[in-house]
Design a protein around this ligand. Structure first.
Ligand SMILES: [Zn+2]
Length: 55
């Protein structure tokens, strides 16, 4: 099997307004005690909203 997935590094970014998961990203495990929060465009809200890390 050649497929190798490091699931621990993958996170979702969910809109704090509508809870829609709009983005997937990965992060370094050395920082994984902190919750990521980024301002991203939400297509459902049709505006830039803060997106928080979720699983
Ligand atoms: Zn939204």
């Amino acid at each position: 099997m050649a497929k190798k997935t490091d699931a621990r590094g993958v996170i979702y970014l969910a809109c704090t307004e509508c809870k829609e998961r709009n983005y997937t990203t990965s992060k370094n495990r050395k920082n994984d005690s902190q919750r990521l929060e980024l301002t991203k465009y939400c297509p459902r809200c049709r505006a830039h909203k803060p997106h928080k890390e979720t699983k």
